[in-house]
Ligand binder design. Structure first.
Ligand code: F6P
Length: 396
């Protein structure tokens, strides 16, 4: 069944494949006609600054350059399970969204069509809706599906491609943890937001002579903590890639005190890891207070306060880092990614993800794009530079 879809679909595209032709337009512009029909676009996973800029670029490039049509698919893959959640997007509908945070398409971190959890009669039932997604994709007469997401969403995209759906991926995440692209859009904005917060916390830390712990997002990668920490002048940066010992953090605080500096800024990645045999951590491990899951920043802040008998304040930046207007560089990257996705659709190069390599927008296969996260190399130049100026990573 699935295979038949794949063969039939591809042969339909092949039959209608025309050579590139240029059609003169009234304003002297030209629309390049390359067998370009209707494409769909959806977002998946957490939202991220720049999603709207990608949608706008896809709609405008598909319409202006190729005379094609774009369907906005709402609430991630849900829009292909329930096709009433699809709507045609013209350039008019995507006006004024370039600078807007969030996503006009909506998104969800749940809703994997291969493993869809629904509540029925008070029970959770799991469905495989992949067949329905394929049928609705065909019924909407879509030529290609542009999927904008991180590792989880792009893995779903890859699996749909394996079933014959002509998919094109666009890498999105504030975590910057996709290995096939130098940068994902959204990351620069998150680093800006976190740096701005650290700058503000810096002034209040200095006024009160306090130790300030700032927890940032990033899941299992330390990119946001490293870059925002360095840009914000952090004294200690704790990232998942370099496991820390609390004694080393205390040493840094003490060193600053000895130099007459009354405050310290400690930037903590949400996924940072304490060394398994850390004595301070182990001594407090069984205390009731920690039986409820506390975030990394809150645990570290509590232990510093208790052990050093000093005033500590913790700020967990959380979803602030995902909201708000994208930076100019993220607007540009999102726009270039959106256009590149349309170009792939025009060339019928499916099963690929657009990516940034150096200064070049290129693409790789979805197989290359997923399954391996990009973490901070502990010996990278940026880590070495941070160490050279006295930043502690809570390790030797
Ligand atoms: O992947 C982006 C991200 O913001 C991570 O940094 C964070 O761990 C996670 O998503 C939070 O997800 P949610 O919004 O589902 O809590």
């Amino acid at each position: 069944m699935t295979r038949a879809f794949s063969v039939e679909w591809r042969s339909r595209l092949a039959e209608s494949a025309d050579a590139w032709t240029e059609k003169p337009q009234p304003q002297g512009k030209s629309i390049r006609m390359v067998n370009f029909g209707k494409i769909g676009i959806l977002n998946g996973g957490g939202d991220c600054p720049g999603l709207n800029a990608v949608t706008r670029a896809v709609v405008r490039a598909a319409t202006y350059r190729y005379g094609g049509q774009v369907m906005g698919i709402f609430d991630s893959f849900d829009g292909l399970i329930w096709p009433e959640k699809m709507k045609e997007f013209t350039p008019h509908q995507v006006r004024g969204i370039l600078h807007e945070g969030g996503t006009i398409l909506g998104t969800t971190s749940r809703g994997n069509p291969f493993n869809y959890h629904e509540e029925q009669d008070g029970k959770v039932v799991v469905h495989d809706y992949s067949r329905r997604v394929i049928e609705n994709f065909q019924a909407a007469n879509l030529q290609a599906l542009v999927v904008v997401g991180g590792d989880g969403t792009l893995t779903i995209a890859r699996d749909l491609f394996r079933l014959g759906v002509p998919v094109i991926g666009v890498p999105k995440t504030i975590d910057n943890d996709l290995s096939a692209t130098d940068t994902t859009f959204g990351f620069r904005t998150a680093v800006n937001t976190a740096t701005d917060a650290i700058d503000k916390i810096h002034t209040t830390a200095a006024s009160h002579g306090r130790i300030m712990v700032i927890e940032v997002m990033g899941r299992d990668a330390g990119w946001i903590a490293l870059e925002a920490g360095l840009a914000g002048g952090a004294d200690v940066i704790l990232i998942p890639e370099i496991s820390f010992r609390l004694e080393k953090v205390f040493e840094k605080i003490q060193e600053r005190k000895a130099a007459g500096k009354k405050f310290s800024l400690i930037v903590v990645a949400e996924g940072c890891r304490v060394e398994a045999d850390d004595p301070v951590w182990l001594a407090h491990a069984h205390e009731g207070q920690f039986s409820v899951p506390l975030s990394a920043g809150n645990k570290i802040g509590a232990l510093i306060g208790r052990e050093r008998k000093e005033e500590v304040r913790v700020t967990v930046l959380g979803h602030l880092q995902r909201g708000g207007s994208p930076t100019p560089s993220d607007r540009i990257l999102s726009t270039c990614f959106g256009v590149a996705a349309v170009e792939l659709a025009a060339r019928q190069e499916y099963g690929r993800m657009v990516c940034l390599k150096g200064n070049v927008i290129t693409s790789c296969t979805l197989d290359e794009a997923v399954g391996r996260i990009k973490t901070v190399p502990p010996d990278s130049h940026i880590i070495q530079s941070a160490r050279a100026i006295g930043v502690s990573f809570g390790a030797d």
